[in-house]
Design a binder for this molecule. Structure first.
Ligand code: SF4
Length: 354
């Protein structure tokens, strides 16, 4: 677990000492600048549907939440939003929804991805078109393959916790830890740039659990991480649990980001909306902790209020985010995909071209 011994990591995660946090952030910033430079890439996030067949105990989109007004954007609305993003300089988008798995929904998404690729490549013949990340849950190998062949090349599937026992406490029995791990491995096998992540500050989650998460990320050799603090949603059963113990979600998330940057210097890492929602300094501090990706929400205004995975989700205008990134002294990586360096190296090794 270089550069820190496991005991040191446990001590850092359990520490209340602000000096410890400051030193960790300084090391992470240095590591980031030395390994991947000062660029921050934007991924325009289009939350195209809030329907979900699952019932995760922490999530406001869960099927059992009958108070939620459900929506699904049309193909035209998604493609139009994606092309607006492309023409504004975002060369990567992320299409996200609740879990989809019906054949019709997959067919729909395949068509959407194909059309976005075609139109964006036509619009700028010198570019590879829009880079498309998907985040639509656990699918079959065949379904992932179809979406890859349609033109998606990144996939985010958060494991939420790598501790099977804790996973079992925050998901219904029908949702299996092993299935999610199999999905992550299928995505890598197909060729996707593969991202995962965990929630931090869950009731009952300990520093030892988070250490296991760090080891999981390393063992699975992931290319991207999207981690955020646990923020309860009043319609989700987990919010009714009074935590018998809880690490501070905000500072522990910053520590986890910084530790990940130090342990996996060349991956892409998101300064999540949840981190920005829980603290006004979240974006600035997330970048300091080594994050290099920001995801401005491009979901149409009249729909986005119905995409609350957690309470009090913050929506900053893209321009506000850009100004904040610039004011922190980072360079905005517009007009490029911003693929993780880790992926490029991993693929070279795979084809014996290291
Ligand atoms: S976390 Fe994802 S799969 Fe689970 S209920 Fe929410 S949207 Fe559905």
């Amino acid at each position: 677990m270089k550069p820190y011994a496991e005991n040191d990591i446990i001590d850092i995660l359990n520490s209340d000492d602000l000096q410890v946090l400051q030193e960790l952030l300084q090391s992470a910033t240095k590591c980031r600048l030395e390994n991947i430079g000062d660029k921050v890439y934007l991924r325009g996030l289009i939350e195209f549907s809030n329907y979900c067949d699952r019932n995760c105990f922490y999530c406001g989109l869960r099927k059992g939440n009958r108070q939620l007004k459900r929506y699904r954007l049309s193909k035209e609305e998604i493609v139009q939003t994606a092309m607006l993003a492309f023409n504004s300089g975002y060369h990567s988008i992320c299409l996200q929804s609740g879990e989809i798995d019906s054949p019709l929904e997959i067919d729909f998404l395949v068509e959407v991805v194909e059309e976005i690729k075609e139109l964006s490549q036509k619009a700028d013949k010198d570019s590879k078109g829009l880079g498309i990340t998907l985040s639509v849950g656990e699918l079959s190998y065949h379904q992932y393959k179809r979406l890859w062949e349609a033109g998606a090349h990144r996939y985010l599937l958060r494991i939420e916790t790598s501790v099977p026992q804790l996973f079992g406490r925050i998901h219904p029995p029908s949702q299996k830890f092993e299935t999610r791990v199999e999905c992550l491995r299928a995505l890598k096998d197909i060729g996707y740039q593969t991202g995962t992540g965990v929630m931090i500050g869950l009731p009952g989650q300990t520093a030892e659990h988070l250490l296991q998460d760090l080891k999981f990320f390393q063992a699975e050799d992931v290319d991207m991480l999207g981690m955020g603090p646990y923020i309860p949603h009043r319609s989700a059963p987990l919010s009714k649990l009074s935590p018998e113990q809880q690490l501070d979600p905000y500072t522990t998330t910053l520590k986890m980001l910084a530790l990940c940057r130090l342990l996996m210097p060349d991956i892409n890492m998101v300064a999540s909306t949840a981190l920005q929602s829980i603290n006004p300094q979240g974006l600035r501090m997330g970048l300091k902790a080594g994050a290099n990706i920001v995801m401005p929400v491009l979901t149409p205004d009249d729909m986005r209020g119905n995409y609350y995975l957690y309470e009090n989700k913050l929506y900053k205008k893209p321009q506000e985010l850009v100004e904040e990134i610039n004011s922190c002294g980072y360079t905005l990586g517009l007009w490029e995909w911003g693929d993780p360096l880790h992926y490029k190296r991993r693929i070279k090794v795979k084809v014996g071209d290291a």
